[in-house]
Structure formats: structure tokens, C-alpha cells
Design a protein around this ligand. Structure first.
Ligand code: PHE
Ligand code: ZN
Length: 866
């Protein structure tokens, strides 16, 4: 089978649907390999063109079609593996279509599939067309009635969207459930679940006094792991009422956790389907980061009920309308639930690790893309995380009150509609009277703006001048860029470290000077506080000024940022030294600045831990013209050793002080304690002192929670010591029946910097713990190796690339969405030396030349090649 070049879909070609749908009646007769689906829908013409009706369909067996009660014959329609076309239609008609599908054989996990025997659906973005023929696009909204018929013994639980109308036994050990969702919705929000699941229930009383039943469905045996998800759900429901005045709109909210899932979770109306990773947690199996992830994702899917479901997207180019806004909302929620500065720092870390490189490479696209081949490839850090930054900047420019007015107006205007990013911006503009015309370039121009800052102080005039110049480099398909409108938050500090002034500058020109009057002595400037704009800032700070900001800035983000900038500066110097064969120089001032932070009792412990963590190898790579993974690794390890040497006593004392026998609690304060304690431990491990190794091994064995156990195991996984193998073996023996914990065991090995890691990863592929059909396993082993182990992935012999490419091709036949998502690391080839460039390009060419390649993977590989 020769690969068919997928078609390019363009925003400019958007047309309203030819027909609209009032109500959809679905009947599912569930059988593992041959499920029958009857879809009866009332259609009416949306214009007078008398156009044919074109329905999307994929991998369907068409059994019957009837139009207004008359069975259609083969001459009445045309059909291929993409669509079903019916010409000559009346203005209003009832269409009944019967199809057969194979849930068991559905390895793509899109449409109706089975996960450990449970039937579940995934319809975003285009999975509904794998269930029945339909205009599978978000601007076709209808109410749904869903009847599920299934075997009573193997599927006691039958769920769909909305309210349960009926549940009855029928003959032959079958039963039947009928669901009705009163809210019109696009097909991508349809969901069905059927299986033998356990259930944990609770209730939430809304602000108007309505009681909502909450249920979380999991596989039997996991009942003791859903408390945190349930607490998070209730907290999110309350928060959305308090912050945005948004109340839940049905009496039932169901969450189902499944082990096989392409993404994190899905916001189907009142029937969220989740990856188990974002539901299941108890202290001995989940880390603090897992708890935070669950809280955030549970909230994210809940928030979609208003931003995504009640108001949805007109077309998939508008994906960020729901995703950027909902990420902003979940970030705000997490900031209110835990430390705001730490939340901001971790969001910025994600943005820099995933989005900035995307914006700087061959896959760069605007927050609102203009074209795509496979929409599944556009669930990106740009659409989600940069999209959230765009909303955050509007929030900063408008202020909380105006922003809230804008949200209210958005819902008032568009409830029940499928709309665009422009509609959202219009609501914000109209509610605030703030002109966002130029600002909207953030939706259409790809790339990360570079802002260069220069400043000077005039003693005589007591004036401080700040000049900001912005530059946006060309990205694929966009050569000429216009200046962007962005809020830049600044502060001036006097030499005692007291804040003289703080302000948010509204920057809109290519080059602009801002003057601050009546400044009595030369200040130190703090720039882009709280990361008010998602830019790359170039400012000629001296190291003395950076240390000063680390110690004094009243904005915690900026303090952390000063430490990162200082660390990056040093490390890039060390990289150069390594490349020239020169010895490293130890910078005592940096280490002293870190020590002051470490010992500062005014600061939160989780914040201190973040400040002590050096920029990642990935971040350092992004700062280099030509990436040298070996030099980066050597430099970073050396700096860690220097810090460990000089601060050993402090680390040891703090480590001991923070150890605690108290029972585990996931609250922010205890998370902070563990974060700092484990950061200290990881520095203590640098010395390879046997006493420290004993400390780590002891923590591994005695830990009463997974955060501490995993921290110790991660340290050991980089040690050439018997203790490493012993701990890895012990870990597997303890947790081998727990899929999510086994994922951690795979990742920690895939991340190791020890020689032989690729061979380990290769061997793990045939371990009983691994399955290439399960996306979590693939991400944990292969994804982590390719994304988070630059040292081995980029081995100069090309073995990492070849291994990775073999896996992409293997996966493409099973699950093209997951295969396509793995291509990105190869797309960074331009950033490497000639030898690696050639190796990487050859692998991309090998992918493209493969017969029968999916459209998803073709798009990613061909764009990566450039
Ligand atoms: N819409 C989901 C979310 O962000 C993500 C998702 C996309 C899940 C596509 C499955 C498929 O909440
Ligand atoms: Zn989302």
C-alpha cells in the first residue's frame, strides 16, 4: 500500500455545514468484535443550495441506510472509506444508518474501543466518524438520546452523556440503558462506557442549592485510590462558582478511568473519560507531582463544561478557544489551591521545555493554526500552553474585574454556540473598552518574540530610561512579522533592595522607551515579572545584579528567574570551556547566592527547592547555536558537584531537619518539605560518599510514600553501584501489579545517564512489564528516552535515532496518533552538528519512505524534514 499524501485543510476554506441536525438517536448493541450502531437523526438544510449531504465515516461497515423510512439502494448514495454522500435531499428529513464496528480490533483508541475489557469511546477530535456516518465537525450541535444494550454479567455498568432515563433487563442475560443529554453538543463530546467497574460516589451542593451526584468509576480493587480525585473535583466545582460565577448544569457528573488512553483525559459532557494516571492516587503509589497533576487535570476537564462544552469551537482551527482558556483556568485554580509563585514557575518551565522549542523549529504554528493535515497533530504546547499565556496576557492587560466582565459577556452572547477566537477577543474588548486589535496577532503569528532590554540612569535628571526592542524571527510560512502588543511587568529596586516602583508596561512598538521620573538613586530593574509575557528576554544583567535580584526581588518569579539566568550564564561558559578542553572554573558567588536562598527562612520550602534546581539539559540546549549534549551534561554535573561540595553541611543539616515520620499528606506545605529535602539529598549524592549512598538507600527502603521512594530511586538510577540494581529489582517486585507504578520504573531507567541505557531500554521492550499497545507504557519508556535523555538519544553513533525510528514505524501500524506524537525530537536536527544532522535526517527520510504510513505520521515527519 503506497502512502496517500494527506490533504491540507485550510481555515480560509471554512464553510458552514450544508445541513444541521436537531436530535441524534443512537442505539448500540455491544459485541466485542461486531458492535451494531443505529444512528437516527433529523436533518434540516442550512441553506438553499440543495447540496448533497456528505457524512464522514472511517473503518465502518455500512449495513443499512434509510431516508424518511425508505431503504436506500446502492444507486442512491456513494461511499468510500472517508465519506458517505447522499444527493437530492428534501429540506428536512430523517436519516437512519446502521453500521458495524469492531471495538476489540480498534488499536488506535479513537472511536469505540476496549481497555481491559471495558468499552469506552474517544471522539475528539474525529473519532465519532469511526462509530457512525455523521458530519463530524464541532459546529454541528445536537441533543443525543443513547440506548446501550449489553451483556449484563460482563457489562453491569452502562453510561453515556446526560441523564439516565431508563435501565431494564431484557432477555438473554442482556440489559439496556437509555440516556438523554438535554444540552446540544458537537459529536466530539459524545461518550459511551460499558463494563464491569467499581464506583465511588459523593455529592456536591451547588451555589443555588442543587445536589449533584458525583461518581468515579474505576477497575475493581482501585476503590482506595480515588479520594484525591474526588476532593479535587469538588474543589474545582466550588472554585468555578466563586471565581467565575459558573455553576454545574446537570444533576450527575461521571468520571471513568481507563488504562489505555491516547491523552490525559477527555471532557465529554457529564461523562469524562480519564487516563488512570490522572485519577488514581494513594500515598504509597503516587508522587506529589502525580497528586498535583490529578488536581489540575480533574479541574481542567471540569472547567471545560463551560469553556468548551456550553460554548464550543466553530472548527478545529479554533481549538485554543477552549484549550488555551481552560488551561488558563486550571492554572489559576492550582495557583489558588497551592503556592501561586511555584505554580507559575512550573507552568513557565513547561512552556520553555515544550512550547519554545516548538515555536523555534519546523513544527512552529500559530495559536490559531491556518492549516493542517491531521488535526490530532495540533493538540500541541502552542495551542494549549501558549494559548493559555495569551489569555493570561489579556487578563493582565484588562485586570481581573474587566476580565471577569469579558467572561460574563462571552457566556451571555455565546452560550449554546460554536464560536471563534475572534468572538472571545470581541467579548473581552467590548466588556473592557480596551483595544485588542494588535494584541490578536498573538493568535496568528507563530514564534517566540525576542525582547532586548537596555537601560540607563541619569543622575542629574533623576530619570531611569528603559528601552525595549522586540523581534520575531520568521517561522515556516510566515516571513514578515509585525510587532506584538504585550504587557511587560517591571519593578525598580533601590540598593537596599527596597521596591521603589512597580508597573505593567503596555508594549506595542518594535522599539520603545519608557522613562521613570524622580528616581533618586541608581536602581536595579526587575523585568517581565511573573513572566507577564511569553517572550525570550535579552537583558545585559551583570552577575552581581542577578545575585541581588535573587536576594531581594519582591516578585518571587523574578527571583527564581534571576537564579536560572545566572545558572544558565555560568553553565554556557562551562560548556565553552569543556569544548576547548579547558578546566572548569568554580563561581563562588553563585554558590553563595544559592546558599542565601537555601537559608532564607522567609521563603517557602518548595520555592527554595525550585531555586536550587539548575536549568535542565534541555533548556541549556535551547540556548545554544549548535547543541553539544555531552558538553552540557558534563558542565551541569560539574556545577552540581561544586554546589554539593560547598554546601554539603547545609544540605545535610536541612535534609535531617526536614525528615519526618508524620503520615503522608498531599498538602502544599508537606509537598514543599519533601521537595526541599529531596533536592538536598540529590546534592548530597553528588559526592559518591558511601555514607551518603547509605542515606539514599535507607530512604529508598524506609520511605512511607512514593515521592520519597521515587526520589531515592531516581538518584540511584544514575549510580554505578549494586544499590541501583537492588533497588530497581526491589521496586519491580513490590509494584509489578500496579501499572502506573511500573510506568515510573520504566521511565527512571530510560532517563539514566549511565552507559548502556539504550541497551536497557531495548531489553525492557521485551519485558513482561511493557506493551507497545498501551500509550502510557510507550510514553514512559520510549517517549522518556527520546525526550528526556538527550545524552543517550543523541549518541553520535546514531543508535538512539535508529531505535526511536524503528519504534515510530512499529507504532504507526497500531496507533498513528501516538506514533506521530513521537516524531518531534528528530525534527530538531538543524540544531546539531553535521554528523548528527545527517543521521537524523536519514531517519526522517526512512519514515516518509515507508509504505502505508499514516497521514498523522507523514505530516509530522515531512514537516520535520522541512
Ligand atoms: N480535550 C482534551 C483536554 O484537553 C484532550 C484530548 C484531545 C483528549 C483529544 C483526547 C483526544 O482536556
Ligand atoms: Zn482541554
Amino acid at each position: 500500500m503506497k502512502t496517500e499524501q494527506p490533504q491540507i485543510i485550510r481555515l480560509e476554506d471554512y464553510r458552514e455545514p450544508a445541513y444541521l441536525v436537531e436530535n441524534v438517536e443512537l442505539v448500540f448493541d455491544l459485541e466485542s468484535e461486531s458492535t451494531r450502531v443505529v444512528c437516527a437523526a433529523t436533518y434540516y438544510a442550512n441553506n438553499t443550495d440543495n447540496a448533497p449531504l456528505v457524512l464522514d465515516g472511517e473503518d465502518l461497515k455500512l449495513l443499512h441506510i434509510s431516508l424518511d423510512g425508505r431503504e436506500l439502494g446502492e444507486n442512491d448514495y456513494s461511499c468510500d472509506n472517508k465519506s458517505l454522500t447522499i444527493p437530492d435531499l428534501p429540506e428536512r428529513f430523517e436519516l437512519v444508518i446502521e453500521t458495524e464496528i469492531d471495538p476489540k480490533g480498534n488499536t488506535q483508541l479513537s472511536g469505540l474501543y476496549q481497555s481491559n475489557g471495558t468499552y469506552c469511546t474517544q471522539c475528539e477530535a474525529q473519532g465519532f466518524r469511526r462509530i457512525t456516518y455523521f458530519q463530524d465537525r464541532p459546529d454541528v450541535m445536537a441533543t443525543y438520546n443513547v440506548t446501550i444494550i449489553a451483556d449484563k454479567a460482563s457489562c453491569p455498568v452502562l453510561l453515556s452523556n446526560g441523564n439516565l432515563l431508563e435501565h431494564n433487563d431484557v432477555e438473554d442475560d442482556q440489559h439496556i440503558a437509555v440516556w438523554h443529554d438535554p444540552f446540544p453538543k458537537p459529536s466530539y463530546l459524545f461518550a459511551l462506557v460499558a463494563g464491569d467497574l467499581a464506583q465511588v460516589s459523593d455529592t456536591f451542593v451547588t451555589c443555588t442549592g442543587r445536589t449533584v451526584d458525583l461518581h468515579i468509576f474505576i477497575e475493581h480493587g482501585n476503590e482506595d485510590r480515588v479520594d484525591w480525585a474526588m476532593e479535587s473535583l469538588k474543589a474545582a466545582m466550588k472554585w468555578d462558582e466563586d471565581r467565575f460565577g459558573l455553576e454545574y448544569d446537570l444533576d450527575l457528573y461521571n468520571i471513568v478511568a481507563v488504562s489505555d488512553f491516547n491523552m490525559g483525559a477527555m471532557e465529554n459532557k457529564s461523562l469524562n473519560v480519564f487516563n488512570t494516571k490522572y485519577v488514581l492516587a494513594k500515598s504509597d503509589t503516587a508522587t506529589d507531582a502525580d497528586y498535583a497533576g490529578i488536581e489540575g487535570v480533574i479541574a481542567h476537564e471540569y472547567f471545560h463544561n463551560w469553556t468548551g462544552n456550553r460554548v464550543t469551537c466553530r472548527d478545529w482551527f479554533q481549538l485554543s478557544l477552549k484549550e488555551g482558556l481552560t488551561v488558563f483556568r486550571d492554572q489559576e485554580f492550582s495557583s489558588d489551591m497551592r503556592s501561586r509563585p511555584c505554580e507559575r514557575i512550573s507552568n513557565v518551565k513547561v512552556l520553555r521545555a515544550a512550547q519554545f522549542p516548538e515555536d523555534a523549529g519546523p513544527l512552529a504554528h500559530p495559536v490559531r493554526p491556518e492549516q493542517y493535515m491531521a488535526i490530532d497533530n495540533f493538540y500541541t504546547a502552542t495551542v494549549y500552553n501558549k494559548g493559555s499565556e495569551v489569555i493570561r496576557m489579556m487578563h493582565t492587560l484588562l485586570g481581573e474585574d474587566n476580565f471577569r466582565k469579558g467572561m460574563d459577556l462571552y457566556f451571555e452572547r455565546h452560550d449554546g454556540q460554536a464560536v471563534t477566537c475572534d468572538d472571545f477577543a470581541a467579548a473581552m474588548m467590548d466588556a473592557s473598552d480596551i483595544d485588542l486589535t494588535q494584541f490578536k496577532l498573538w493568535y496568528s503569528q507563530a514564534g517566540t518574540p525576542e525582547v532586548t532590554a537596555h537601560w540607563s540612569y541619569d543622575h542629574e535628571a533623576q530619570r531611569f530610561d528603559l528601552t525595549l526592542a522586540q523581534h520575531l524571527a520568521p517561522t515556516p510560512g510566515q516571513n514578515d512579522k509585525q510587532p506584538m502588543h504585550m504587557p511587560i511587568s517591571v519593578g525598580l529596586l533601590d540598593l537596599e533592595g527596597m521596591e521603589i516602583l512597580s508597573d505593567v508596561l503596555s508594549v506595542s512598538k518594535a522599539r520603545e522607551t519608557f522613562s521613570f521620573e524622580n528616581i533618586e538613586s541608581e536602581p536595579v530593574i526587575s523585568l517581565n515579572r511573573d513572566f507577564s509575557a511569553p517572550i525570550k528576554l535579552k537583558a545585559a544583567y551583570s552577575r552581581v545584579e542577578l545575585a541581588f535580584l535573587m536576594a531581594n526581588d519582591s516578585d518571587d518569579f523574578a527571583r527564581w528567574e534571576a537564579a536560572q539566568t545566572y545558572g544558565t550564564d555560568l553553565l554556557l561558559d562551562m560548556v565553552k570551556a569543556y569544548q576547548k578542553g579547558q578546566p572548569f572554573k568554580k563561581d563562588e558567588d553563585f554558590i553563595q547566592a544559592l546558599r542565601q536562598t537555601l537559608l532564607n527562612d522567609q521563603l517557602d520550602l518548595d520555592f527554595i527547592a525550585l531555586c536550587l534546581q539548575l536549568p535542565t539539559e534541555g533548556y541549556l540546549a535551547e540556548q545554544m547555536e549548535t547543541i553539544d549534549v555531552v558538553a552540557i551534561h558534563q558542565a551541569r554535573e560539574a556545577l552540581r558537584r561544586y554546589i554539593a561540595e560547598d554546601l554539603q553541611k547545609d544540605f545535610l543539616r536541612i535534609f535531617r531537619d526536614l525528615r519526618s515520620d508524620k503520615p503522608y499528606s498531599p498538602n502544599a506545605a508537606s509537598c514543599g518539605q519533601r521537595a526541599l529535602k529531596n533536592t538536598c539529598l540529590s546534592y548530597l549524592a553528588e559526592g559518591d560518599d558511601p555514607a551518603c549512598l547509605a542515606l539514599i538507600t535507607a530512604q529508598y527502603h524506609n520511605a512511607n510514600n512514593m515521592t520519597d521512594r521515587m526520589a531515592a530511586l531516581s538518584i540511584l538510577s544514575n549510580k554505578e553501584a549494586d544499590a541501583r540494581l537492588e533497588a530497581l529489582e526491589d521496586f519491580y517486585t513490590r509494584f509489578k501489579d500496579d501499572a502506573l507504578v511500573v510506568d515510573k520504573w520504566l521511565s527512571v531507567q530510560a532517563m539514566s545517564s549511565l552507559p548502556g541505557t539504550l541497551a536497557t531500554v531495548q531489553n525492557l521492550m521485551s519485558h513482561e512489564a511493557f506493551s507497545i499497545r498501551n500509550p502510557n507504557k510507550v510514553r514512559s519508556l520510549i517517549g522518556v528516552f527520546a525526550h528526556a535523555n538527550p545524552l543517550h538519544y543523541h549518541n553520535e553513533d546514531g543508535s538512539g535515532y535508529a531505535f526511536h525510528t524503528d519504534r515510530i514505524l512499529e507504532l504507526d501500524k497500531i496507533n498513528p496518533q501516538i506514533a506521530a506524537r513521537m516524531v518531534a525530537p528528530l525534527g530538531k536536527w538543524r540544531r546539531f552538528d553535521k554528523k548528527r544532522q545527517d543521521l537524523m535526517k536519514a531517519e526522517l527520510q526512512r519514515i516518509i519512505a515507508t509504505d502505508g504510513l499514516s497521514g498523522d505520521t507523514f505530516e509530522m515527519a515531512s514537516k520535520s524534514l522541512g
